[in-house]
Design a protein around this ligand. Structure first.
Ligand code: BDP
Length: 470
C-alpha cells in the first residue's frame, strides 16, 4: 500500500501557536520540489572551513593542542575542515625565526577592519609548531597566508620553509597577499593591476620554490575582482593547486540598506562571481575555494550578522557554493567579531554563534553527491538541496520567508518516501534572535495517506535537514 508521509516541522516552540493560526488562515505558500537524478557534483569532505586573521598566530597558545575548548568547537563543526590564515593583518605579520612573541595583548584577534599595522604581529616557530598540534588534534588542514604587500620574497621564503616543514601534509598551500585587487586603494599606486600583481607574485613564488621542496600555492585571494581569478588561472604554474577568492554578502554595516531582509535574498553579484570562478576552475582544472567571507564586511553588522538570519544565510550559502562545484569555503571570524562563527578567547572560553549552526547543517552534506532538483517556490523565499551518499538520502530546505510553506515532493521522489531516519531542525525564537539558536533532532508528526508523496510544513524562517535510508 502506498503511503503519504506528512511531516510537520516547526521552526520553534514559540511559533507553534501562531503556526496553527497561520495555517487556519491558509497563509501558507505551497512549494513543489522535484528531486531528479544524481549530478556529477560531490561536496568535498573538507568543504567546511574557517578563516582567521594571521595576527592570531602572534598568540601561540590560541591555535595549539592545549586549547581544548577551541579544538572541541572545531571538531563539533567538522572532523576534516580547512583553517585559512590571512586577512588584512597578514599584510603586516613578521616572521621571526629567533623571536619571542609579544605579550600584554588579548589572546583572541577580531576580524580586522583597518589597514594599519597591528601591535602584535610577530610569528615565531613556536606559533607554527603549536599550529601543527592544533591541526593534528582537530583533523583540519591549513591554507597559510604570507605577507606580500609589506614583506620581501626572502622573508616569505624563510617563513614558508618553516611552515611547510612543520605542517607537512597538513599544509594545503601558501598564499601571497590578501585581496591584492584592492591594493590600488592602499599600499600600491592607483594604476596597480593584475600584471603588476603577477610580477610580484612570481618574484615571491620564485624565492619560495628555491627554499621549499614541493612548494604549493593558492591564489589570488581576491576581494571582489573575480576577473583576476580567471587571469590567474590562465597563467597558473603546475605548483599552483587552488584558486581562491572572497565573498561578503553585504556591507558596510553603516549602510541602512544592509538588513536581514537583504541578507536573505539572493544577490546577482554572487551569481556573477560563482559563474566566473567555476568557469576558471573548469578551464584550468584547478579547484576553487571561497577562502574568506561572511555576511557583512568590516567585521559584521550587529542585529544582522549575529542573529538567526546568519544561520539560514550560512547554511544556504554553503550548499549553494557546494552545488555550484566549489571545493570549499571559509567563513571569517575570531575573537569577539560580530560575524564570528566561534566567539571567545582562551581565558573566557568559546561559544557558538548563530552562523555556526547553519554551517553545521550544511556540513552534513560533506562527501555526498548532489541530485538535480526543481523547485517551484510559488513566490516564497525558499531554497532546497538534495544529495545522496551510498544508500542515504539527504534533503535540506531553508524557508527564508516570513510565511509558512508547505513543501510537496513530486516527480522522482520515490527514494525519499517514508519516515526520515533523521530530522534535524535549524530554529530560533525569531529571525533576529541572537540566543536560543539550535540545530538539533526535532519531532516530525507523520501522517499517512494513500499516494506515495511526501509533504511537510515549515514555519517562517526555519531550516530542516531530512535524512532517509539506513
Ligand atoms: C576582509 C579582510 C579581513 C576583514 C574583513 C572585514 O580580509 O581581514 O576582517 O574584510 O572587513 O576584506 O570584515
Amino acid at each position: 500500500m502506498e503511503r503519504r508521509a506528512f511531516l510537520r516541522l516547526g521552526a520553534c516552540a514559540a511559533m507553534a501557536a501562531s503556526r496553527t493560526r497561520l495555517f487556519a488562515e491558509s497563509n501558507v505558500k505551497s512549494v513543489a520540489l522535484r528531486i531528479g537524478k544524481a549530478t556529477n557534483v560531490t561536496m568535498s569532505p573538507d568543504f567546511t572551513g574557517l578563516s582567521y586573521e594571521s595576527a592570531q598566530l602572534a598568540h601561540p597558545d590560541f591555535f595549539s593542542s592545549g586549547n581544548k575548548a577551541l579544538i572541541g568547537m572545531f571538531t563539533r563543526l567538522s572532523h576534516r575542515g580547512v583553517l585559512r590564515l590571512g586577512g588584512n593583518t597578514s599584510e603586516f605579520t613578521r616572521w621571526s625565526a629567533a623571536g619571542t612573541t609579544e605579550s600584554g595583548s588579548a589572546s583572541a584577534v577580531n576580524p580586522d577592519t583597518g589597514q594599519k599595522e597591528k601591535s602584535a604581529s610577530t610569528i615565531t616557530p613556536k606559533a607554527i609548531r603549536n599550529l601543527r598540534g592544533f591541526l593534528d588534534a582537530t583533523g583540519w588542514h591549513c591554507i597559510y597566508g604570507l605577507n606580500l604587500s609589506h614583506g620581501t620574497p626572502e622573508q616569505a621564503a624563510a617563513e614558508a620553509k618553516f611552515v611547510a616543514e612543520t605542517l607537512g601534509d597538513k599544509l594545503i598551500a601558501v598564499q601571497m597577499g590578501n585581496e591584492p585587487d584592492l591594493y590600488f586603494k592602499t599600499w600600491r599606486p592607483k594604476d596597480y593591476n593584475f600584471t603588476a600583481y603577477l610580477d610580484e607574485w612570481n618574484r615571491f613564488a620564485g624565492a619560495i620554490r628555491k627554499a621549499v621542496k614541493n612548494a604549493r600555492f593558492a591564489g589570488p585571494d581576491v576581494a571582489e575582482n573575480y576577473h583576476w581569478v580567471a587571469q590567474f588561472a590562465a597563467q597558473h604554474s603546475p605548483d599552483t593547486v587552488m584558486l581562491t577568492g572572497h565573498y561578503y554578502a553585504e556591507g558596510p554595516p553603516s549602510d541602512p540598506r544592509m538588513t536581514i531582509e537583504y541578507l536573505l535574498h539572493p544577490t546577482p553579484r554572487l551569481l556573477a562571481e560563482i559563474s566566473i570562478a567555476t568557469q576558471a576552475s573548469r578551464e584550468s582544472k584547478m579547484p576553487f575555494r571561497m577562502a574568506e567571507g561572511n555576511c557583512c564586511h568590516w567585521g559584521g553588522k550587529p542585529g544582522v550578522s549575529d542573529t538567526f538570519a546568519s544561520s539560514l544565510w550560512a547554511g544556504d550559502y554553503m550548499l549553494q557554493l557546494a552545488q555550484a562545484g566549489y571545493v570549499g569555503m571559509n567563513l571569517h571570524g575570531g575573537g569577539g567579531g560580530v560575524y564570528s562563527p566561534i566567539a571567545g578567547d582562551t581565558i573566557n572560553g568559546f561559544t557558538a554563534r548563530p552562523v555556526l549552526f547553519g554551517m553545521e547543517l550544511a556540513n552534513q552534506f560533506a562527501s555526498t553527491t548532489f541530485l538535480d532538483t526543481e523547485l517551484d517556490t510559488n513566490g516564497a523565499n525558499v531554497t532546497a538541496y538534495a544529495a545522496k551518499r551510498d544508500d542515504r538520502w539527504l534533503l535540506a530546505i531553508f524557508n527564508k520567508d516570513s510565511t509558512s510553506v508547505r513543501v510537496g515532493l513530486t516527480g522522482d521522489s520515490s527514494r525519499v518516501i517514508g519516515t526520515p531516519t533523521r530530522t534535524m531542525l535549524l530554529r530560533a525564537p525569531a529571525i533576529d534572535s541572537k540566543q536560543g539558536v539550535t540545530f538539533a533532532e526535532g519531532r516530525a508528526g507523520i501522517e499517512s495517506s494513500p499516494d506515495s508523496k511526501i509533504a511537510f510544513e515549515m514555519s517562517p524562517y526555519s531550516g530542516v535537514l531530512l535524512e532517509f535510508g539506513s
